[in-house]
Design a protein around this ligand. Structure first.
Ligand code: SAH
Length: 474
């Protein structure tokens, strides 16, 4: 970030604008809206500024620019059509300790002026740091079309209610929950002063607002675009987030900056935070009335131990909600071009894990090794050889199609296509990183034709005949 964004209180403060033309007039208009006391230094004033002068809205210093007009100013803006004069203003302002903006010359600026979407007191400021003004204008138009004007009256009313909300709800999290209920949801077009007033009256009748429920949230397989709207809303409004190693860095960047981040995944050296410790922390945070998001890769209820955490919360009498995420099976299938079911090829999907079950029981290999199944193995890397051998031993042919998808939906996604006999070696040769998903079944061969994301799949040669056999079926 090259520029630090601030909103400056100019009410009653003296600001100098050097220049009398149209550009200067535009700057003066915005300054007057913010309540600044504006003085224009210019040999001649254009029509708009002349009107302002006659109406007593601005002061005017006539004649050629001289540095002493900067004395006592809070800000200065150089907006003449002469670059030399503008630069002199910049040099003089700096010497006088007055922050200066030179129109269309970011190099000589102490501050730059963003494009504004004005729903005062709500303001959206957009800047490209002087790099791409056209893009900033585009974004402004986009936001302008989407932000309803009713936000202005709603924001004003919320300002008026602040003290009463403070008096009514003693803790910060309770106040946040109150405002969330007043706003009612992410749909901005529904927010207006009426809604705020009605919701507030309702809340005022209530006893102390109930503490916010803990949210068990699925973050999806990595691509931040695959977050659900609810997940985004929760991570942008939470006080604390407990997150796993599988939650991708771009998703963590979307978390509310003020939120406390607690990593509870596998640390370097392979040490896990024990599950009971995670649950204890969740209960502690919830009891403090904080808005807690337990953020997990994929879906919380698919090999995510979300069920155990929900049970612990239920036992402790703490309310919770569960927000599903796109599980690795769905994410990898879609981004690798592997249909999970497909007419003629696969009518059953089995989701299972590559690990032995904690209770010591084995997979029912006979039940898995069926020709109409698409098998999806989570955490397959340690047992890849064993899985492929067992499936062959229980009846699938050695040249049965299989795929490994590593870092699915992320920028580094890799897809390996092979067979039960070739895939383990290929994975070893390519040093496939975790997280990776193993998919077994005829539809995996379609990835060669249907892949659309990232680098094309790497294919083990003997796959080819099998693939042709699969295509012949279609
Ligand atoms: N709850 C998660 C699964 C957690 S178990 C979900 O629903 O997806 C961890 C395993 O998930 C990994 O070992 C890997 O097999 C799989 N996985 C998670 N994210 C993945 C990704 N982006 N690409 C490939 N496999 C992934």
């Amino acid at each position: 970030m090259h520029w630090y964004p601030v909103f400056w209180n100019l009410r009653g403060r003296s600001v100098l604008v050097v220049g009398g033309g149209k550009v200067a007039a535009r700057k003066v208009r915005a300054l007057l809206r913010s309540g600044a006391s504006v003085c224009v230094a210019a040999e001649r004033l254009g029509a708009e500024l002349r009107d302002d002068l006659e109406a007593g809205r601005i002061a005017h210093v006539a004649g050629r620019y001289a540095g002493d007009v900067l004395r006592g100013r809070h800000l200065a803006i150089a907006a003449t059509d002469d670059p030399e004069t503008n630069r002199r203003v910049a040099v003089d302002a700096r010497a006088a300790g007055v922050p200066v903006n030179v129109v269309d010359d970011p190099q000589h600026c102490d501050f730059i002026l963003p494009a504004i979407v004005d729903r005062s007191p709500l303001l959206v400021a957009i800047s490209s740091g002087g790099q791409a003004p056209m893009l900033a204008r585009h974004v402004k138009t986009w936001i302008e079309a989407r932000l309803p004007y009713s936000l202005s009256s709603a924001a004003e009313l919320m300002g008026g209610l602040r003290e009463r909300v403070k008096a009514r709800f003693s803790t910060l999290p309770a106040r946040r929950t109150c405002w969330e209920r007043v706003l009612g949801g992410p749909e901005l077009t529904l927010i207006d002063a009426h809604r705020v007033r009605d919701a507030w009256h309702e809340l005022e009748q209530d006893a102390e607002a109930a503490p916010p429920p803990v949210a068990l949230v699925g973050a999806g397989p990595g691509d931040p675009q695959l977050l659900t709207l609810r997940a985004l809303q929760l991570i942008q409004g939470c006080d604390v987030v407990l997150y796993d190693a599988l939650v991708s860095a771009p998703i963590m960047e979307l978390v509310r900056p003020e939120a406390e981040r607690v990593f509870v995944g596998k640390r370097a050296g392979g040490v896990h935070t024990p599950q009971h410790e995670i649950q204890r922390q969740m209960i502690d945070y919830a009891r403090q009335g904080l808005r807690l998001v337990r953020l997990k890769g994929g879906d919380p209820m698919v090999f995510g131990r979300g069920g155990e955490e929900a049970e612990a919360l239920a036992r402790a009498g703490i309310a919770f909600e569960v927000v599903p995420g796109i599980s690795a099976a769905n994410g990898c299938a879609a981004y690798a071009g592997i249909p999970l079911t497909h007419r003629e090829l696969a009518h059953t999907v089995v989701i299972t894990s590559g690990y032995a079950h904690p209770d010591g029981s084995e997979h029912d290999w006979g039940a898995l090794a069926k020709r109409q199944h698409t098998l999806v193995f989570y955490m397959p890397l340690h047992e890849l050889d064993l899985i492929c051998t067992q499936l062959t031993a229980y009846g699938l042919p050695p040249d049965w199609p299989a795929a490994l998808v590593a870092e699915g939906t992320q920028t580094g996604q890799q897809v390996l296509l092979g067979t039960l006999s070739t895939l383990p070696r290929l994975a070893e040769q390519r040093e496939i990183p975790a997280p990776a998903l193993l998919m077994v079944g005829k539809t995996t061969a379609l990835a060669e034709r249907l892949h659309w994301y990232g680098t094309p799949p790497v294919i083990a040669r003997p796959q080819r005949e099998r693939r042709e056999a699969v295509y012949a079926l279609l």
